[in-house]
Design a protein around this ligand. Structure first.
Ligand SMILES: Cc1cc2nc3c(=O)[nH]c(=O)nc-3n(C[C@H](O)[C@H](O)[C@H](O)COP(=O)(O)O)c2cc1C
Ligand code: SF4
Length: 441
């Protein structure tokens, strides 16, 4: 379905318009007709690095990779005048339900490159990387063609547009591990090591790739930068709220008529967003508001929530990567959680015992529960396990694996109890017994 241009008589924002409206916008010729690289040839080099960082700070842009950290503030942490500074674009996109970055790479790679030139200049970067999920092969090919076009047009390489500034960009293919989206796991993988997160501090802005200051930003974050340079902080702030300004891409799937990626202003109500996506299918039971890690909302909470960082924090959930998954009353939340738990058990990198073992146990117990082989106490047990790995590990994967467990079993408890009540014999399946250390039981 085409992206709607208007909603309730008002024009929808267009920070990323070429994504949705311009056929063949991935080619340099077409992208240029629609304004690509205008900032590089006109305004960029009139500004100082300091002015650019202040501009991004003033715009209130927040990272779109999940945590919503203020981008300008992250940039201002980078030490200057010592080691080389690297910029790394996180295009790993592994969160279940999130499929916006691949669209960006596919439809408008030149906007990402333009954003990287501006960001690279602001940060004093000479070499930048785009770390892309390995499975996104067509997007990687397109990105490489776009880079070649940008080099040939003098937008990359030595002395860009006679400015004296030089930038090289390399595409690095990952191998499809969710944990390589975590910024320090990503950096390890980029350096050729196992994609396992590092302890923080030091944060990458101080010591990241090759032990040098490194800014890791999401694709969508950097793609907002050209608009901000062109229209100013005020232009960007015309949408959203004071603390969550601008627009955001949301990937919506689940029980909605037109699943897909939409750009909408931040802080609109979730219920309004469902209408933009064609309306809900069936009666709403709950909604995962920001990717599989985000604590689930009940229907009542979803009806109150707006699509911004503060509203979701007040509901003890999060906007995350902007993956929205509403589900209706025909769905079984226990089955939804079982599928999420399987994902986290599979993707744990295995460095930390609570995460490696805990996610595995939760997965196996839940599988037993939804097969009608659960026992009294199983739900308390998985909740305890999730509590035990929530904040005891190296990286934020473990809390992200704990939150869906804690929220689903608390808010939709009766669905889990119904499965447990099916087990009248309280016997266990041999198959599952075989994969579980017996002493635990
Ligand atoms: C387990 C895990 C997976 C992540 N996956 C991604 C990802 O695929 N893409 C992404 O941009 N950020 C991901 N992040 C967040 C990154 O660590 C990092 O915060 C982000 O890339 C910073 O960019 P931003 O400030 O522009 O959001 C992940 C974090 C965790 C803990
Ligand atoms: S929390 Fe999990 S994913 Fe993160 S480092 Fe530890 S074992 Fe690996």
């Amino acid at each position: 379905m085409a992206h709607p241009t208007h909603w309730k008589g008002k024009e929808l924002p267009s920070v990323l318009r070429r994504l949705f409206e311009v056929p063949n916008g991935h080619t340099l010729a077409v992208a240029k007709q629609h304004g690509a690289y205008e900032t590089i040839s006109r305004t960029l080099f009139d500004k100082s690095q300091f002015e650019l960082i202040e501009l991004i700070k003033d715009s209130g842009l927040r990272g779109r990779g999940g945590a919503g950290f203020p981008t300008g503030m992250k940039w201002s942490f980078v030490p200057r005048g010592g080691k080389p500074v690297y910029l790394v674009i996180n295009a790993d996109e592994g969160e279940p339900g999130t499929f916006k970055d691949r669209l960006c790479l596919d439809k408008d790679p030149h906007l990402l490159i333009e954003g990287m030139i501006i960001s690279g200049f602001a940060l004093g970067v000479r070499t930048a990387y785009i770390y892309v999920r390995g499975e996104m092969l067509p997007m990687i090919r397109r990105l490489n063609v776009a880079l070649r076009e940008a080099y040939d047009a003098g937008m990359l390489g030595e002395n860009i547009q006679g400015s004296g500034y030089s930038l090289d960009i390399y595409v690095h293919r990952g191998a499809g591990a969710y944990i390589c989206g975590e910024e320090t796991g990503l950096i390890n993988s980029l350096e050729g090591f196992k994609g396992q997160p590092r302890l923080k501090p030091p944060f990458p802005a101080i010591s990241g790739a090759f032990q040098c200051p490194t800014v890791v930003n999401n694709v969508e974050t950097i793609m907002a930068v050209p608009y901000i340079l062109k229209h100013g902080a005020k232009g960007y702030r015309q949408w959203g709220s004071e603390k969550s300004p601008g627009t955001k891409l949301f990937s919506i799937s689940g029980d909605v008529k037109h699943p897909g990626v939409y750009e909408v202003p931040l802080a609109i109500p979730y219920m309004e967003f469902f209408e933009i996506a064609g309306g809900l299918e069936g009666e709403l039971l709950g909604c995962i508001p920001g990717g599989s890690s985000a604590p689930v909302l009940t229907a009542e909470e979803t009806q109150k929530a707006t699509m911004d960082y503060e509203s979701l924090a007040s509901l003890k959930s999060m906007l995350g990567s902007g993956a929205v998954t509403p589900f209706n009353t025909t769905r079984d939340p226990a089955l939804i959680l079982e599928s999420i738990a399987r994902f986290y058990a599979h993707e744990s990198c295995g460095q930390c015992t609570p995460c490696r073992e805990g996610t595995g146990y939760v997965d196996r117990i839940l599988r037993k529960v939804v097969r009608g082989q659960g026992r009294d106490g199983d739900i308390e047990l998985i909740k305890d396990l999730a509590d035990s790995y929530e904040w005891t590990t190296i990286c934020a994967f473990a809390p992200g694996a704990a939150w869906p467990v804690q929220s689903f079993v608390t808010k939709f408890r009766k669905y889990f109890d119904t499965h447990i009540a099916r087990n009248t014999k309280h016997t266990e399946s041999r198959e599952l017994e075989a994969v579980r250390p017996g002493a635990f039981w």
